[in-house]
Design a protein. Structure first.
Length: 69
């Protein structure tokens, strides 16, 4: 898959920080862990800020990387 193509179907996407128990991630840096079986797969990230009142900012551009193994 070319790096400028997004995964399809988009229903397969999930939010890392919102999957956490508290619904938010406040510490930096954020570390996403992957299994060895996922090595070589592409991963895509979109980021946005959420302020202390829970107001969400706009999504960033997509960033992609290959999971190292």
């Amino acid at each position: 898959m070319a790096s400028n193509q997004l995964p399809k179907p988009l229903d397969d996407l999930f939010t890392l920080a919102e999957d956490m128990a508290d619904g938010c991630h406040t510490a930096t840096p954020y570390l996403a862990a992957y299994t060895g079986a996922q090595a070589g797969q592409m991963v895509y990230y979109w980021l946005r800020w959420v302020n202390p009142r829970g107001e969400k900012g706009p999504w960033s551009e997509a960033v992609s990387a290959t999971i190292a193994g």
